[in-house]
Design a protein around this ligand. Structure first.
Ligand code: MLT
Length: 262
């Protein structure tokens, strides 16, 4: 399905019936990240799966902010006729977008799950590095970023066909989409205070071998949010694609607890 949000055409999918859950992928990925998780949960939940602007099948814009990506989710919810408060599940950059959504539209949030993500802002050095990469990708294309990223995304034992598939999908991402995402991540605010004061159930899920957002940070984030922590054995940063059944099991426990809460 498609909708418009500002200047961008946004692609999204809706699967299943039940309480609404929005699955937001990371950088420079697409809604396909969640395919295995969707298969596990669609019998019980209404899963809304966008491609963030400039990634997957959604149109790129020259610039974007975390607030723009969050506004895109609002447009997707409207197009999906979904007015109920949602559980937001954000993987990595998808977590940054979910936190921006929580900041701007708190009344629309029922719970938050951060998967292989973090709440803090970039250091000055990290932000400068991202801005340099954005210039490079616009100059040289997406393949170099895809090649560099793929080595960090997966646990060492991940199947070669899975990593090869993602490398080729990342290489197909338009350079404008990658550059806009890098710049948006570089300028995102610190969401740690927001997370501590969220006042909604929170869960944190992390691959045991995640090199980009490691377990120690995830543990601290879960503690700060007063939420649960699930560590996925044998998975890296792409836990949702590497171990979808285990990730879906962790999500199901959180969602069932929410459904049973008074
Ligand atoms: C992601 O997976 O979305 C990115 O690695 C996040 C980041 O670079 O901070």
């Amino acid at each position: 399905m498609e909708t418009r949000s500002g200047e961008a055409r946004i692609h999204f999918e809706v699967h299943g019936q039940g309480p609404p859950v929005v699955l937001v992928h990371g950088y420079p990925l697409s809604g396909r990240l969640w395919d295995g998780v969707v298969r596990e949960l669609e019998a019980e939940y209404r899963l809304i799966v966008p491609d963030l602007r400039g990634m997957g099948r959604s149109e790129a814009t020259a610039a974007a902010s975390m607030d723009d990506y969050a506004a895109d989710l609002v447009a997707v919810l409207a197009a999906a006729d979904e007015e109920r408060p949602v559980v937001l599940v954000g993987m990595s950059m998808g977590g940054y977008v979910a936190l921006a959504f929580c900041r701007r539209y708190p009344e629309r949030v029922r719970g938050l799950v951060l998967v292989d993500s973090r709440a803090g802002a970039d250091s000055v050095e990290a932000a400068e590095g991202r801005n340099r990469t954005a210039e490079k990708v616009l100059r040289e294309g997406s393949a170099a970023v895809a090649e560099e990223m793929v080595g960090k995304l997966f646990a060492p034992g991940a199947p070669a066909d899975l990593t090869a598939r993602w490398q080729s999908w990342m290489a197909e991402t338009p350079p404008e989409g990658i550059a806009a995402a890098l710049r948006a991540m570089a300028s995102r605010p610190d969401s740690e205070p927001l997370l501590r004061a969220l006042g909604r159930p929170v869960a944190v899920i992390v691959g045991a071998e995640d090199q980009i957002t490691p377990v120690e940070g995830a543990r601290a984030m879960a503690q700060a949010a007063g939420g649960s922590l699930e560590i996925i054995p044998g998975a890296g940063h792409m836990a949702a694609a590497e171990k979808p059944v285990i990730v879906a099991g962790a999500l199901r426990r959180f969602l069932h607890d929410l459904d049973e809460a008074p």
